[in-house]
Design a protein around this ligand. Structure first.
Ligand code: BG6
Length: 492
């Protein structure tokens, strides 16, 4: 077990403290860090929201959230109650002109690192930061954490970045993409740059194409208001999936320094071939689920989940084909797909190598499957390298694909911390490596925007797909037109 070093003493102020993200992700993550000795006894978590709650009410909500989101085996009553004592609550309408900030002054310790976590709607980021500055709450040792999505399009993202930038420097600004905090996503860097075997093969000469699938079984989960204004392209692809693509496609950074890593990711985003309006129809597929069944249980359709009869043009599924225009990747398509209410929750990246140029084996000897490296991000985190091997025994030479497997859970035999645990502690440490730099956010929007515009100007609705299926059949056609298929392990 690696030694856990406590981070600096901090006050973490969470705006949006009664919201779903705080209860489901942030408080459990802070609890685990507290339990493992990383949160010092004088550090505090201060929930801030408009609801009129006392410290004790907030602690009660936090307790219930931990009971719901932290397995019983990890909850020792005495540790939970010590953790809850470090929670406080402040009633504030952060954007109201007459908001009383004086209690913040009294409460925040000038010696502590200050983390202002904005778990609110993005249009509040600018106003809240302004209010923090006007009320003299921003110290040199302060950081602001912004949840994605940063904006709705390039223009709104730019406006947010600008207004937050008037208060916090780039080094103080932590734009979260929680996928970057996942153990298996960080492992992509280790896989590529701590080993020599793959890096030399990581080129268009050897790789045929790459697939990235992020499939979810959940529907709108009570977040319909946000989701229907967003859709899969903005909610998942513009951030999480493009970040995964960057980690696969980037060149080796010269060091692990935050900016050197982010420079390389930025180059990939800038090398993405922009989709022309006429290409959007052939290179992208958007879908919306209708009622169906998952795991044998009936589930409602998108509009029912949304609680409306009105038609909605929001996509809950997107598949697309992207190209990275560099020497390394020229001619290698990247197929990306993500959706809600798909048959299983699985995130994986498939590096599909080219087939041998010709075969010395008779056709009847094998059902050829070119080598592939499958990187499982969740669940059953691990990697599998599929290769052709000879079937044992006499009776003629027969070949079949076999896998070399690493399953992280069995290899390491311990709990994988949730992404938020690492990311929260990184903000306290002031380490921005796993956060998106301003230019990355803007470059990602720049690439996505022509797709949004083309969809908007196109009267077609997203294609329906029954909940529990792998999206509209057009998503299968998207890849099959190129003589390829979606990797089946995601689908089994
Ligand atoms: C969030 C999206 O960023 O990621 C959600 O807003 C999505 O819609 C979630 O469900 C998926 O995260 P994970 O870690 O469960 O794959």
């Amino acid at each position: 077990m690696p030694k856990i070093i406590p981070v600096a003493v901090f006050d973490c102020v969470v705006f949006g403290a009664t919201g779903d993200l705080t209860l489901r992700k942030l408080l459990p993550a802070l609890y685990y860090r507290f339990r493992d000795g990383q949160m010092t006894p004088d550090s505090r978590v201060i929930g801030a929201a408009r609801s009129r709650l006392s410290d004790d009410d907030f602690r009660q909500r936090a307790k219930e959230a931990l009971e719901k989101h932290v397995p019983a085996i990890d909850r020792e009553a005495e540790i939970v109650s010590r953790f809850l004592r470090q929670l406080h609550y402040l009633v504030i309408d952060a954007t109201a002109a007459d908001a009383d900030w004086s209690r913040f002054h009294d409460m925040l310790d000038p010696e502590h690192v200050r983390v202002f976590y904005l778990a609110t709607s993005p249009d509040l980021y600018g106003p809240v930061c302004r209010a923090l500055a006007t009320n003299g709450l921003v110290t040199e040792d302060s950081r602001v954490v912004l949840e994605k999505p940063i904006g709705h399009d390039l223009e709104s993202a730019h406006a947010i970045v600008e207004s937050v930038g008037k208060v916090f420097t780039e080094a103080q600004t932590f734009r979260i993409d929680h996928y970057l905090g996942k153990e298996t996503v960080q492992n992509l860097m280790a896989l590529r740059f701590a080993n020599t075997i793959f890096e030399r093969l990581w080129t268009a000469d050897v790789i045929d194409h790459v697939q990235i699938t992020v499939a979810e079984t959940v529907g709108l989960e009570g977040r319909g208001g946000y989701y229907d204004r967003s859709g899969a392209l903005r909610d998942m692809l513009q951030n999480h999936m493009l970040q995964l693509l960057c980690l696969i496609a980037m060149d080796p950074p010269v060091s692990l320094d935050a900016d050197r890593v982010r420079d390389e990711k930025l180059k990939v985003l800038r090398a993405l071939k922009p989709l022309e309006p006429h290409e959007v129809a052939t290179h992208t597929v958007r879908g919306q689920y209708t009622q169906g069944a998952i795991d044998g249980k009936p589930v409602p359709g998108y509009l029912q989940d949304l609680g409306t009869q009105e038609p909605s043009h929001t996509e809950s599924f997107v598949a697309l084909k992207a190209e990275v225009r560099t020497w390394r990747w020229a001619g290698v398509p990247f197929y990306l797909r993500t959706g809600k209410r798909l048959p299983s929750k699985v995130s994986e990246i498939v590096i599909q190598f080219r087939a041998p140029p010709f075969s010395i084996f008779p056709p009847e000897a094998a059902e050829w499957r070119p080598n592939s490296l499958i990187i499982r991000l969740q669940p059953e985190e691990g990697m599998r390298l599929e290769m052709m091997t000879k079937d044992p025994g006499p009776g003629g030479l027969r070949l079949s694909p076999t896998g070399l497997d690493i399953r992280f859970e069995t290899t390491f035999g311990r709990r994988f911390p949730d992404a938020y645990e690492r990311l929260l502690m990184d903000t306290v440490r002031g380490n921005p490596t796993l956060f998106m730099r301003r230019d990355e956010v803007e470059a990602a929007w720049t690439w996505v925007e022509p797709i949004l515009e083309a969809w908007l100007s196109h009267p077609d609705k997203p294609r329906p797909y029954p909940a529990g299926s792998w999206g509209p059949t057009a998503a299968i056609a998207l890849i099959e037109r190129d003589g390829r298929t979606w990797h089946e392990s995601a689908e089994s």
